[in-house]
Structures are given as C-alpha cells and as structure tokens.
Ligand binder design. Sequence first.
Ligand code: MF3
Ligand code: CO
Length: 250
Amino acid sequence: MAVTIKSAREIELMREAGKILALTHEELGKALKPGMSTWDVDHLGEKIIRGYGCIPSFKNYNGYPASICVSVNDEVVHGIPSKKRILKEGDIVSLDAGVIYKGYHSDAARTHAVGRVSDEAQQLMDVTKQCFFEGIRFARAGNHLNDVSKAIQAYAEKFGYGVVRDLVGHGIGTHLHEAPEVPNFGQKRKGILLKPGMTLAVEPMINAGTYEVVWMDDDWTVVTADGSLSAHYENTILITEGEPEILSMC
Ligand code: MF3
Ligand code: CO
C-alpha cells in the first residue's frame, strides 16, 4: 500500500483523535497505583476513551481482547490485561492505546513508574522517551525515513540498550497500521522521502538488555528474551516542512 498524504480536513480529525488520546494517557497515568490490576487499568482506559465519544481501536483488533495494552517490567508490548496481574511498587508499566475519532486513528504509548522505581528503571524510561524526541528531530519533509530510525538507534545504544527489531512503528490514518513501516533501527535503504501531510506512529521499544524478544503462549505478550526490563514510548506525528507536529501530546 502506498503512503498516504492527509488533506487539511483529515489532519484536523487526526489532531482531535490525538488530543483525546493524549488526555486519556494523562488521566490513566495519574490513576496508576500499586494494588491495581492490569484489568482495572484497561477498564478505566476504555471508559475514558468511550467517554470522549471515541472507539478504542485495539479492542478486537486481530482478536486482541482489550482496549489498552498493559505491559509490565520485562513485557515489551501487547500485554493482555488480567485481574490476576496486580501492579506493585517498583514496577514499570507500558500503556499503549489507540482511539478512533470520526474514522481517524491516533496511537500512543507511555511507560510509567508504579510508586518508586530503581534508578536503572527510571533511566530506561527516560532514555526511551528521549529516543522518540531524538528520532523526530529528523522527521521532516526532505529527509528520509531511515534518518529517523538511525537517530533512535544511536541514542539508545549510547546507553548500552537493545533496540527491539521484531516490532516497528507505522503509518496511521483511516487505519491503525498503514504504510510505511517505521523501524527504530537503521536500515541499509534510506527509506521513503518524507512529505508534508504524512502521519506516522513513531514508537521506540527499548530493552535494558539485548534486543531479542520472544512471544508468550498467549500469542500476544512480547517479552525480552533475557528477562531485562523494557520500555515503550509512542506518539502519532504529522510531517510538515519544519518541525513535526506531535498530534498525541498535550
Ligand atoms: N500500538 C500497537 C502497535 O502499533 C497496536 C497494538 S494492536 C493490539 O503495534 F491489538 F495489540 F492492540
Ligand atoms: Co503503534
């Protein structure tokens, strides 16, 4: 599928979808407490999204059973919420969510600390978030996609972290996943030429150990192969002639 250029009207709708998702993440992040189950997090997240008149895009996506992916500690992404999984002080928890507003998607992820966490965990979360910002410095018209990917990888590897390769970011619009793929690591090819009106979900997934991941028996939950911690940070962005517009951030 070709990479689409969004019209002014479509961009307006994606801005609204992004704003609602940003607010959802803010509310969810504030609500996180030790003793909550990951099911509680999903339940609250779905309520917030529907409260804004939006549809949680992950629910039933390829059979995924919830609205929010809740991934704890060594879980990288796509953790399935469960009443049995209780958050405790010292955990780090990645929340990934998507909303549909009038047919347009936004997709964003944040990794939060539950209570006080180790310095190592805090650094991993900070670096993962910064990877996103290092990457999008290159996300502007005239650059190639690989400029973004390389910048993300270079920043993460300065800290000795592993950049997940088996999962990537993506274009987004009337579908959750559109062309192109947006890797967080450098490619041999320079990738597509970025143009104003492209909308991308840029989402570094960074492991404290090696980059290898494995899938659990539930066929969804992705965990680090070496058991190390992992963090995820994602926003939906709009390519412009200048700095990208971050649609899913307040
Ligand atoms: N944000 C996730 C991604 O881009 C979407 C997860 S889809 C779900 O891969 F089905 F797992 F929810
Ligand atoms: Co995504």
